[in-house]
Structure formats: C-alpha cells, structure tokens
Ligand binder design. Structure first.
Ligand code: KG4
Ligand code: ZN
Length: 323
C-alpha cells in the first residue's frame, strides 16, 4: 500500500475502530486497566497514528500505557488461542514458556527463543528480505493480480493457491546461505532467481504485456517449495542448537509458528513433518490471527499487564514515548 494512503486510512478509521470495539465488548473506557498500542517496528507513517492515539487515550482516561512490539504480539498470540480452547472445551492446556518461535511475515523472518513475556533470544533472522516480501514481489512480477481468481489475494496467498496444482520440482532455485552453518535467513537470492526465471520464460513463450506465462503453476509451486525448504532447514538447525545447549525441556518441546506467512498450509505441513521427526509439538494460531490484527496487540497488552512488565504509569513518560 502507498504509505501516505495507509496513514490517511489509519487516521480516518482509528476513532471508529476503538469506539466499535468498546461498544461490542460491552466495556467502558473507565473499566479497562490500561491502553496498549504498537510502537515498533513498522512503517513510521502509519505507526505514529496508532501510537499517538493510544497515548492520548491513556492520558485522557488516566490509564497506564503499554508499548507493544509487533513481533512479540505475533509470538504470543498462540497463548491466547490455547486459552480460548480451555474456556470452550474446559481442556487444561497452556503454552508455557520456554518455546521456540518462527515468525514469518511481510517484514520479518525470525527464529526466537521465548523465555518469558519480556525475555526473548533471537537465534536467527534475515539478512535481507522477509519471506512475505519475497512472495509479494514475486507475485507482482508474475502479474498474479491479472488472474481473476487471485485478484483480491495477497501475493503469498495467490502463490499458495496456484502452487496447489503445480510441480514443486519443475524449476530449481539456489539454496540460500548454504555456506553457513547458522540459523540466518536470506530470501533476496531466491527472489532474484525468480525474476530471472520469469524473464527467461517470457522470452521462451513470447509473453507480452499483462499476460501470464503458461507454466505459472509450476513456477509458483517451485518457488514456494524453495522458500519452504529454507524455512524448514534453518528451523531444524535451531532445534539442533537448542538440543546441544539444552535450552528447552526435552519432555515439552514446542515450535510456535506465526506471522502472515504462517497462513500458508504448505509451509505449515512441512514444519509439521519436521516437528514429527524431532519430537516437537507445532502450535500455530488460526490464519485470521496469524496475519496482522488488533486482537494480538490487546492480548500482548494483557500478558504484559499480568506480568507488570513494560507498563508505563508516569504521564510524562507516556508523552515522551516515540516510535
Ligand atoms: O504479518 P503480516 O500480516 O504483516 C506483516 O507484519 O508483514 O504478514 C503479511 C504477509 C504478506 O507478505 C502476505 O503475502 C503473507 O503474509 N501471506 C501469505 C499467506 N497469506 C498472507 N504468505 C504465504 N501464504 C499465505 N497463505
Ligand atoms: Zn505482522
């Protein structure tokens, strides 16, 4: 989305979103304990709208303010989901710390050890693009918006959809970071290989303008396969690293998968297979809570409130929070 447009839409809608949320939940502003809002990371132009609104709301209502890190919220969502299951099925289950987290979105690719609400160790991250970015830019170059059934899908969704009927071994992609033995990610090389492949295929099939290359499904399937393979490989390394260092309890190994790209069923099932062979339990929020949503920010606020960690009471300190 064009940044100034995103900012305008945020500014135009925030008041109504907050009012509707309060009305629907049947809770008044006086009854809430604190105000939580995302302060980082992200596009400053849009972030500033929510941060400033949240700060002002907290100051006007004389409530504490809880600044939220967007990726922490993605990582904690699963604890809320499992708690909802307890309430519905009276099943006693709670995603206890510590656990391993793979966060894959449009801006991030992170392998993190979650020790507690406020203690996280990053064990791998991308040196260039995020997987969602590689999927979105690939989808744009493949002109997937011109395919009617994909016109309203995100890039990642469209690639997953078309890949279902494609051959994942049709085209080879280079293995990223093959020289290194750590958990670092890199998706820029895969993206560039895709762009080169598209140009070659367009020449081969004499495709012009907004037309789509005939082997589109095979290209999508092979690209998705290459991205998935890289995610699985680095995650497996993180598991080996945990194993050697004894960082997670052997009787309760958990991998949490979240972020927009975690909606992808092909990636979920590849990680499920990895977990089955390594003795991990894969935990993943439902798709609507994997992509960006306000509920995960509220939940992160609850977690921090319960732990009384990062809660800002002082009015001057709230005013001085910056994105
Ligand atoms: O977490 P998110 O909603 O926003 C960021 O924090 O970036 O993630 C958005 C990303 C987009 O790149 C989008 O293409 C990707 O998630 N995505 C998917 C799928 N649905 C959304 N990627 C792969 N498969 C999907 N089904
Ligand atoms: Zn996100």
């Amino acid at each position: 989305m064009v940044r100034p447009v995103a900012r305008r839409l945020h500014a135009e809608n925030i008041e109504e979103v907050v009012t509707t949320a309060l009305k629907r939940s049947g809770v008044s502003l006086e009854e809430i304990d604190a105000v939580a809002a995302t302060v980082k990371p992200g596009m400053p132009l849009s972030l500033v709208v929510g941060t400033e609104y949240g700060k002002q709301l907290a100051l006007n209502a004389r409530k504490p303010f809880i600044p939220i890190h967007h990726m922490e919220a993605h990582a904690l969502t699963v604890r809320m989901v499992e708690q909802l299951i307890i309430e519905i099925n009276t099943r006693i289950f709670w995603v206890e710390f510590p656990f391993l987290v793979l966060l894959v979105s449009g801006g991030h690719s992170l392998l993190v050890l979650a020790h507690s609400v406020d203690r996280w160790s990053i064990i791998g991250q991308t040196v260039d693009d995020a997987p969602g970015e590689a999927l979105d830019k690939g989808a744009r170059r493949l002109k997937l918006r011109n395919i009617p059934e994909c016109s309203s899908m995100s890039g990642g969704q469209a690639i997953e959809h078309l890949a279902k009927e494609g051959n994942p071994r049709a085209y080879d992609f280079p293995t990223p970071m093959w020289k290194y033995r750590d958990c670092t990610f890199s998706f820029a090389g895969l993206k560039h290989s895709l762009l080169k492949l598209i140009t070659k295929l367009e020449e081969e099939y004499e495709v012009e303008g907004g037309n789509i290359i005939p082997p589109i499904r095979d290209v999508c399937a092979s690209y998705q396969y290459a991205i998935t393979k890289h995610l699985v490989r680095q995650t497996q390394r993180a598991m080996v690293y945990n194993d050697i260092r004894g960082l997670l309890p052997k009787e309760n190994l958990k991998l949490v998968l979240s972020g927009g790209v975690a909606c992808n069923n092909y990636i979920r099932s590849a990680l499920q297979k990895l977990c089955e062979t390594t003795g991990y339990q894969l935990l993943c929020p439902p798709p609507r809570l994997c992509t960006d949503n306000g509920i995960m920010i509220a939940w992160n606020g609850m977690e921090r409130w319960k732990a009384q960690s990062g809660v800002i009471y002082d009015e001057e300190a709230i005013k001085n929070i910056d994105i």
